[in-house]
Design a protein around this ligand. Structure first.
Ligand SMILES: NC(=O)c1ccc[n+]([C@@H]2O[C@H](COP(=O)([O-])OP(=O)(O)OC[C@H]3O[C@@H](n4cnc5c(N)ncnc54)[C@H](O)[C@@H]3O)[C@@H](O)[C@H]2O)c1
Length: 384
């Protein structure tokens, strides 16, 4: 079995414009690239990481130590628990005690929660020190670590405190995914599928042909096209954020499926994984676009077929609509109180549907609950 490119040279995808340009490197065995990225001006390096990737963090510390840096581990709690002001304050103390200067470097090794925290730690220390993202989850590789958004949560909500602080480089080492739990991998695929629908349908072609020919492998990092779908999804995000570095325009298209998805996450009190909620959100966005006479039914059905075959959910509780509608109303992405939904006018043709009538939203939700576009698709199971 071809493990998807081991031994091949790494792919380098540029992100950002003048002054904030960096590369997302995708490939195998990339840790050797770290000393080059850390550079000659740094003396100290702090490796921020949760327990799930502690062994990898120790490897990185040893390698940077051997390269002459004063490298220390900065262990943090797992998942969302680390994105707190308390964890951030302890991390500031570690940097302070280590005498971290403006040329020293923070490395964030872990899933999206870790790269968000490490990036914000770097953004806030001495008003900004360099940092490197080494995402170890699929969601981290194709989404969280690309684009320069960093932040933490507060008791009032998720990601309310943060900064745009692009890293000096992102290393997507496919081998890191070998230990990622299955459900995290599958829900990460939802963002890959999203990239397929909004911009690069080759991703969908690859996944569909894999689901026909080798279904058990598509949800494994060992699949021969894993590296290609990751590269393609990274390129979609890189191109969009490069064209729109501060979220004024096209970056909104990356929120495809996220308006209802965020509402489900909120209603579920964040017990559902992000990608599972976004999968239902995409099914909803497709139904909404069909109802608004912007999208053909075949493309709506394609959403359900691909997402369900990957094991992602497509539907949600009929009774939850009033709570979801309320949660969508307070979504921070609404502009001046006018609700905005990313929809498709066709494959890879994202657009904004502004202030749709509530009857239209309700009808689209009823389609999702009734499985109108998913009768020929198996129901998925991965949620939380
Ligand atoms: N900054 C952005 O633009 C952006 C975009 C999307 C999401 N995010 C953020 O990303 C976070 C979600 O990312 P996530 O799903 O990666 O969450 P996560 O960081 O919580 O990781 C999910 C789980 O997988 C574990 N894990 C990660 N890599 C592993 C590996 N290689 N082996 C074993 N276990 C591993 C983690 O320890 C955790 O338990 C959220 O906090 C979200 O707000 C940020």
């Amino acid at each position: 079995m071809d493990a998807g490119g081991a031994g091949e040279s790494a792919t380098r995808i540029a992100v950002g414009g003048e002054g904030s340009r960096y590369e997302v490197v995708v490939g195998h065995d990339l840790i050797g690239e770290l000393p080059g990225l850390v550079g000659e001006r740094a003396r100290r390096v702090a490796v921020v990481s949760p327990p799930s990737v502690a062994a990898r963090a120790a490897e990185i510390r040893d390698q940077l130590g051997a390269a002459g840096y004063n490298a220390t581990l900065l262990p943090v709690p797992d998942a969302e628990e680390q994105k707190s002001v308390d964890v951030l304050a302890s991390a500031w103390s570690v940097l302070g005690r280590a005498g971290f200067t403006r040329t020293d470097v923070v490395i964030g090794l872990g899933g999206g929660a870790t790269t968000d925290l490490a990036g914000f730690l770097a953004a806030s220390w001495l008003r900004g020190v360099p940092w490197i993202a080494v995402p170890t989850s699929l969601l981290g590789m194709v989404d969280a670590a690309v684009g320069g958004k960093t932040g933490i949560n507060t008791p009032e909500g998720k990601n309310l405190v943060g900064a745009f602080h692009p890293p000096v480089g992102v290393l997507c080492d496919i081998g890191m995914l070998d230990t990622l739990p299955y459900d995290d991998y599958v829900t990460g695929l939802a963002e890959v599928v999203k990239a397929g629908f909004i911009a690069d349908p080759v991703i969908l072609d690859l996944i569909e042909s894999g689901l026909d020919d080798e279904p058990a492998l598509v949800t494994s990092p060992a699949w021969r096209h894993t590296r290609e779908i990751i590269e393609r999804a990274v390129r979609v995000k890189a191109d969009i954020v490069t064209g729109d570095l501060r979220e004024a325009g096209a970056r909104e298209f990356l929120n495809y499926g996220h308006t209802l998805g965020h509402a489900i996450e909120r209603v579920e009190d964040y017990r559902w994984r992000h990608g599972a909620a976004v999968a239902v959100g995409m099914a909803f966005a497709a139904a909404l676009a069909v109802r608004a006479e912007r999208l053909d039914e075949a493309t709506a059905r394609r959403h359900s077929r691909v997402l369900a075959a990957l094991g992602l959910p497509l539907t949600y509780d009929a009774e939850a609509w009033p709570r979801l509608r309320e949660a969508m109303r307070v979504d921070k992405k609404a502009r001046a109180d006018r609700q905005r939904f990313v929809v498709l006018d066709g494959l890879a043709r994202p657009a904004i549907l502004e202030a749709p009538e509530s009857t239209l939203l309700e009808a689209a939700y009823a389609d999702v609950v009734a499985g109108r576009y998913s009768r020929d698709a198996e129901r998925g199971t991965v949620r939380s």
